[in-house]
Design a protein around this ligand. Structure first.
Ligand code: NDP
Ligand code: HSE
Length: 437
């Protein structure tokens, strides 16, 4: 059978890895796909930079040369960002080409429009590499778990922030130094704020939630909080209490809607997912039939991400002659079967909390704090008062609460911060047991 022709948009960390893996494993990949997957053209901005990697591969600085090339069957978008990526993908679809992308930002923001266009045109848009790098989590959720009603999922889905948290904890490294390392290793986004402030994780969570629950992409409703405000003290206190702090993306079915949230989270250290370190990712998925399942692997980097891109290329190659109605739907559920289940506002989310505050070491302080919590129906699971430092009048108090409603905790924090005996702000980190039940 004649080769399927691929055009690459971008030859950076992921594009370069994709070309390398396709070349190195060409024989195995052809045996699996049933025909050769041949890259015939690539677009970059800087031709000189790409020449060595590209070898004989024709290059262009105009990405529209690739999407408009009639000889190309599949366009692989690996340039990142919203524009011109969105326009290029839409034009590739309009030209009747299949698309593979690793661009979670694009899928989370414009996925609804992109999938509708692809559906109408009868082409595939595959995006395995957009979530959790090399872990085949899209495939697992969309196909492997298709019998299940998904109850919740929780994932470490940003390699850069997990790498930073791990290096800070294990080596006492400074935030800025570790971030620079993550950038040098090719893990970070073009704008690393996306990694640090939880935005990249929220893009990925948006995609996972759509596939898990059969809802449209709703990135703008996701709650997003990153790791930039975490302190070494909190990491240390959490460990003393038997917890690890991880940046988690959580999507959960609740009675009144779906929780969609990214934030630093205390997890019991005995959980497997609490021990996922460095740039590794892991996604825990709870289905009603299968119970909890855990997916682990490299969440970022050149060849791990290329592994997912090439898997999509093989899928598209195998399926492109199939009747479009018999393909796996983009969002796992049939497009006319998406649910309008609301995303819950963060105030309505139910979880447990770690609270750290600094208070004067005086009689009655703890009584005031516990009364404020009790008045709002917040029950305390554990409380630790640290020894004051040499010559210090204030002490750190750490409280763990049982599961409660976020708005009650926010109201209690405001009251606690207003006490004369409490100095500064209360540090609030959410806590999840992630029990198998
Ligand atoms: P890089 O910055 O390493 O590579 C981007 C590539 O796109 C470069 O070759 C660049 O060319 C090219 N490019 C950018 N804009 C244009 C344009 N307008 N026209 C033509 N070429 C262009 O990014 P990554 O490979 O790291 O990321 C690519 C995508 O993959 C992003 O969406 C990212 O979020 C996603 N991703 C990245 C992962 C990772 O570990 N890095 C993991 C999972 C997903 P030039 O170098 O000449 O400027
Ligand atoms: N910047 C992303 C991360 C790349 O660190 O996880 C993989 O999506």
């Amino acid at each position: 059978m004649k080769p399927i022709h691929v055009g690459l948009l971008g030859l950076g960390t992921v594009g370069g890895g994709t070309l390398t893996v396709l070349t190195r494993n060409a024989e195995e990949i052809t045996r699996r796909a049933g025909r050769e997957i041949r890259v015939v053209r690539a677009a970059v901005r800087n031709l000189d930079k790409a020449k060595k990697l590209a070898g004989e591969l024709p290059l262009t600085t105009n990405p529209f040369d690739v999407v408009d090339d009639p000889a190309i069957d599949i366009v692989v978008e690996l340039i990142g960002g919203l524009e011109p990526a969105r326009e290029l993908v839409m034009q590739a679809i309009a030209n009747g080409k299949h698309v593979v992308t690793a661009n979670k930002h694009l899928v989370a923001k414009h996925g609804n429009e992109i999938f509708a266009a692809a559906q109408a045109k009868g082409v595939m848009v595959a995006f395995e590499a957009a979530v959790a790098g090399g872990i085949p989590i899209i495939k697992a959720l969309r196909e492997g778990l298709t019998a299940n009603r998904i109850e919740w999922l929780a994932g470490i889905i940003n390699g850069t922030s997990n790498f930073i948290l791990t290096e800070m904890r294990d080596k006492g490294a400074a935030f800025a130094d570790v971030l620079k390392q993550a950038q040098d290793l090719g893990y970070a986004e073009a704008d690393p704020t996306f990694d640090i402030e939880g935005i990249d994780a929220a893009h990925k969570l948006t995609i996972l939630s759509a596939i898990a629950f059969g809802i449209p992409m709703q990135f703008d409703r996701a709650y997003t909080e990153g790791i930039s405000k975490l302190t070494r003290e909190d990491v240390k206190y959490a460990e003393e209490l038997g917890y690890r702090i991880k940046l988690l993306g959580i999507a959960r079915r609740a009675e009144a809607g779906i929780e969609l949230r990214v934030h630093p989270t205390l997890i019991p250290e005995r959980r497997l997912i609490a021990n996922v370190d460095g740039a590794m990712n892991a996604v825990l998925v709870k289905g009603d039939a299968v119970g909890p399942t855990l997916y682990y692997g490299a969440g970022a980097g050149s060849e791990p991400t290329a592994s997912a891109v090439v898997a999509d290329l093989v899928d598209v190659t195998r399926l492109h002659t199939a009747d479009p109605h018999h393909r796996v739907p983009h969002l796992a559920f049939q497009p006319d079967q998406l649910a309008a289940t609301p995303i819950l506002p963060m105030d309505e989310v139910r979880t447990a909390y770690y609270l750290r505050l600094r208070a004067f070491d005086r009689p009655g302080v703890l009584a005031d704090i516990t009364r404020i919590l009790a008045d709002r129906d917040i029950s305390i699971d554990a409380m630790v008062q640290k020894e004051p430092g040499e010559g210090e009048e204030q002490v750190d108090i750490i409280l763990l609460t049982h599961v409660t409603v976020e708005k009650n905790v926010n109201a209690a924090i405001a009251k606690i911060e207003a006490l004369d005996t409490v100095a500064g702000k209360v540090m609030r980190i959410r806590l999840e047991e992630l029990a198998a039940r």
